[in-house]
Design a protein around this ligand. Sequence first.
Ligand code: AHR
Length: 337
Amino acid sequence: MVSKMFRTRSIAAGIAVLALGLAACGGGGDDSGDGATTGSSGDSGGDAITVGFSQVGSESGWRAANTKSIQDTLTAENGFDLSFSDAQQKQENQIQAIRSYIAQGVDYIAFSPVVESGWDGVLEEAKAAGIPVILTDRAVDSKDTSLYKTFIGSDFVKEGERVGEWVSDNLGTEPINVVELQGTTGSAPANDRKSGFADAIKGNPNVKVIASETGNFTRAEGKTVMEGFLQAYPDIDVVYAHNDDMGLGAIEAIEAAGKVPGKDIKIVSIDGVHDGMVALSEGKISYIVECNPLLGPDLAKIIQTLHDGGTVEPRIVTHDDAFDQAAAIEALPTRQY
Ligand code: AHR
């Protein structure tokens, strides 16, 4: 048997963010499903908390870091039995995975929804089965917020605003043409980062977004879309990429077109993954707003709190930094991802 004391201590050791708005009631009653396990995280004994996690896919460096954080934390050693599935950026795969977790009777379901809409049906099924759901990283647009216990992740609108403010203040002192590489169509980060950026630049007539297209959060599609932009628009000053991977794809396209990223065309992006931070330290990217992918410890803490009979805040916003070139050089040696 995995003692609750051990679980609590080992999870707490890995938790960087303590202000989660969690209120444990103690007691430790098992108030959830029947605990059928799929055993994917190893032999954790009969008392392990069973968790089904449906991941978006493996589209970016951010996603790889997020997956690692979840798998490294929801371990048998920490008292969990994790079933993990990769939806390959397809909503139907996520719905299928969630239905299979419901059928298995896991104690908790967590997922990062690929798009915002279309979840009410499957979330109602989970609720009817008495399985608490936790949203990580991305939101759903369900009106009925009782369909999930909490949503933990970054404030994507704020991320877009911070990039827009930086562009407006640092590059928008003269007229500039911006092209935007959007994330996956219909996803919360694509919707919110677009609107946050638009809001931040709207008071500056110098900053004009001349084109905006999805690169689906991948390096390859970011490169392809940027190639098209370069052919269609000879006068691009700035690329706003909704994530580092698309920014890195844009760098490849810009270099292939014989231009110098960071000089001829500036790039700003969101995430702060290793390759993005290296490009920032080299001056190829000019500014990055972080999106913290290390959600595993907080997710473990949330599940443990619910399992112990406690409550959690309906929205838990994680902390994100922002980096220019000097800050990237300083941060890189100790960065975890
Ligand atoms: O939902 C978070 C976003 O998804 C990250 O910014 C992006 O890199 C990922 O694919």
